[in-house]
Each structure stands twice: as C-alpha cells, then as structure tokens.
Design a protein around this ligand. Structure first.
Ligand SMILES: Nc1ncnc2c1ncn2[C@@H]1O[C@H](COP(=O)(O)OP(=O)(O)OP(=O)(O)O)[C@@H](O)[C@H]1O
Ligand SMILES: [Mg+2]
Length: 402
C-alpha cells in the first residue's frame, strides 16, 4: 500500500466547527446526503474539510457500521491506482505474487471516498465510469468482471470540474454520473467570525496536546486573522495555531506574533502609542505598472467589454499576472463596497455567470475577503467617488474611467 493513501473509518470523526449560516446549511446538506445512498461530489478549495464532510456523510448513513475507505487519487501512480482499487490476479505484472482483492471490494456495503478526483488521468476516469455505471469489478490481469459490489461512492475535488471538462481533461459523462448530490464547502475566508472560533478551538487543542497554557488573542491579532485570505483554509489555520502554541509561551497573542504571511496584502504599522505593542493592518497599494494595467482594464470594462474577454483570456495566456488580477478585483470591490454580485454587473457579466466567476477567483486565489471593503471607515477613505452605499446585488453607480 502506498504511503497514506488508505485510511479507514475507525479513526475518530473530526469535529465540524463553525456557526456561520453557510456551515449550518452544510450540516443540513450532510444530514440529507446521509439519508440516501446516492453518489456525492464534494467540492471546495484545499483544506476546507472535504474529507471531514465525507466521513460525516458516511457516519450519518445506514452504512455507518461498514467500512469507510479513503483513497487519495493524486498520491498514487496510475497503474498502481488501478490495482489498488480493483485488485489484481497473481502474476498479472512483475511483483504481483498473489491475488489481491482491491479497495473497492474492501469497501463493499460501505463507502469508498475518492479524494482529488480532478487529478485522475483520462484512462483512469474511463475505468471509474465503468465501475460507477455498473458496479462491476475487473481486477488487473482478469479477462472479465469478477462480480459486482454495493459501494457508495463519495468523491471530492478542489478543481472546478466544468472548467476541466471545457479543457478536455475531465470526462463530462463521468461528471454527471458522480455529481448526483453536490456539496460545496465554502472557503474559510467566507466564513466570517468562524475563523476566530476555529482558531481558538485549535489553539486550545494544540495547547492541551503540548501541555502548555492556552493563549488568548488580542483584538488586533483577531483583525489580522479576519483579513487574511487563508488560501490553505482550515488546514493552514490549524498549522498556524500549533506553531504559535509551540513558539509563544505568553498568554496573549498580539498581531506581530502572527507569521509574516498572515499580513499578506497588508503593511504593518506601529501604532503611535507603542504601549500595546500590537499592530494593525492597512491595505498596500499596487505598484505603478500594475496600476497602469488596472487603469487600462478598467477603461475597457467601462466601455462595455466583458471580463471573460478583457481579463480572463489574457490572464490564461499569461499576459496578465495574478497581481494584476488581484489589483483589479481590489479596485472593483472598492467600487461595489465589497459586493461580488455587484462586481458582476460592473464587469459586464450576466448574473448566471456568478458561479463561474467566483470559481475562477477561488482557483486563482483572488477571492479577496470582503470585510474590509464593507467597513464604513474603509469605504470613506478608499471609495471617495462612490457617493451612496450600494446595495448587495445592485451597482447603481456607473464605472468611472480613471
Ligand atoms: N469545519 C471544520 N472544523 C474543524 N476542523 C476542520 C474543519 N474543516 C476542516 N478541518 C480540519 O482541517 C484539516 C483539513 O481538512 P480535510 O483534510 O478534510 O480538508 P480537504 O478539503 O479534504 O483538503 P484537501 O483538498 O487538501 O484534500 C483537517 O485536520 C480537519 O480536521
Ligand atoms: Mg482531502
């Protein structure tokens, strides 16, 4: 067995922490999925909790007392993946000294969780499709299927599969076959103050594990945590708490104790009264060349061209950098006071493009947290040209060329 590709359900269930409406909705979706045997496709950025959710669906289903077999499809070379999943016949390849039944049959009457589905090769996708359609198993080296299994398939990916289908790297028929119940897990930066709840939970967990006092967070440290984009989501947050517990023996974590990357997109300024020794984030402006590019894009958008043509396409062929994209989104969110829906109208996109637009920004890690744009002080300072607040989903002020 390769590395850590197989994990079984006997490991304790990780908690699903979070109180924001999106997490409450997620719990309901898990419960609903638990009531059926239908295939589930879990989507969401890396580290958002896809495996946690898959295990919860299994634990709430009638299969809870049977096996949960988790396979990371990205961690195994293709030829090995086939024999790991479907087994092999003795002598079918060098090193196949005995018959092996494979993980699919080990999961019979239980749940098979295939993680990193988006990384699967096209030929592996074809094999998975055959299995997903008929439930038949054909071990490597066997001329015919050896039988059927009753396995619930749960798959997960951090890729935007419709985009991969458009590129020709993912099979559309497999997508429809697996996407019976879709559960989308929101990125951490969309979960508001859940960030602090999770941070405190994992601070406590790490402190108990290392027998160290549980530190508290200063208000400025909380601000930094809330403004950070958390590209690695909960996994990254968990690692940061552990590092802090091990490094910091004080009882209060202040902003400057947080790792440098958490101040991403912010410059740290020392407050006038150094007594507190805490720090506050402020937004860093784009470089002169990025600003000029953003001005040009802004003009093209103002002239009625749409985002896919003037931004997405040049970005795909590397004519625009991620920094340019971030700066453009930053300017757009200043304009709409933090509304992504209003940004759609500003970028001349129909409301039906919302999911695709959002998915693209997530994928490129350009989904800037909106909190700072909604803050009234920020709005006054940064959006002087916007005279009245824009309502969510509406952009009443026309885009202005600068
Ligand atoms: N809502 C949550 N509450 C508490 N812990 C969580 C939550 N979501 C994720 N975690 C923790 O974060 C870590 C990453 O979760 P998980 O492995 O499920 O993410 P993933 O989406 O499958 O990541 P990847 O895309 O890299 O496979 C795990 O340690 C998990 O316990
Ligand atoms: Mg995972």
């Amino acid at each position: 067995m390769t590395g850590n590709t197989l994990r079984v359900a006997s490991s304790p269930l990780s908690p699903l922490i979070g109180e924001c409406p999106a997490m409450e909705a997620l719990r309901l979706e898990i419960e609903r999925a638990g009531r059926s045997h239908a295939k589930v496709l879990i989507t969401g950025e890396t580290g958002v909790g896809k495996e946690v959710v898959a295990r919860m669906v299994h634990a709430q289903s009638l299969r809870r007392n049977r096996s949960f077999v988790a396979v990371n499809c990205a961690g195994i070379p293709e030829t090995l993946l086939v024999s790991e999943l479907f087994g092999h016949i003795r002598g079918s390849f060098t090193g196949a000294y005995r018959d092996r039944i494979g993980l699919v049959r080990q999961a019979d009457h239980g749940t098979l969780f295939l993680d990193e589905l988006g990384e699967m090769s096209l030929s592996m996708q074809a094999m998975l499709l055959r299995f997903a359609e008929a439930g038949e198993i054909q071990p490597v080296g066997s001329d015919a299927p050896v039988g059927k299994t009753d396995v619930r398939l749960i798959t997960a990916t951090n890729r935007h599969l419709p985009e991969r289908i458009a590129e020709g790297t993912f099979r559309e028929d497999l997508y429809y076959r697996l996407n019976v119940i879709q559960i989308r897990i929101p990125p951490l930066c969309e979960r508001g103050s859940d960030i602090l709840i999770l941070f405190r939970f994992y601070l406590q967990q790490a402190s108990v594990a290392h027998q160290l006092p549980v530190p508290d967070l200063s208000p400025c440290a909380e601000e930094v945590l809330l403004h950070y984009s958390w590209p690695g989501n909960v996994r990254e947050l968990k690692n940061v708490t552990e590092r802090l517990v091990l490094r910091d023996t004080r009882h209060l974590i202040v902003a400057r104790d947080l790792p440098a990357e958490l101040h991403e997109g912010t410059t740290v300024t020392q407050p006038g009264t150094a007594e507190d020794a805490d720090t506050l984030p402020s937004v860093q402006g784009p470089t002169a060349s990025t600003a000029a590019i953003v001005d040009r894009l802004w003009e093209q958008l103002a002239a009625g061209h749409d985002f896919w043509n003037v931004v997405h396409r040049p970005f795909r062929v590397h004519e625009l950098t991620r920094g340019d994209l971030v700066a453009l989104i930053d300017r757009g969110l200043q304009h709409t006071l933090g509304s992504y829906r209003a940004l759609l109208a500003v970028f001349n996109l129909p409301p039906s493009d919302y999911k695709r637009f959002h998915a693209f920004l997530y994928q490129q890690k350009c989904n800037l947290p909106v909190r700072r744009y909604r803050n009234s002080t920020f709005a006054r300072l940064r959006c002087g040209h916007v005279s009245e607040p824009l309502r969510e989903g509406k952009c009443s002020t026309p885009i202005q060329s600068s």
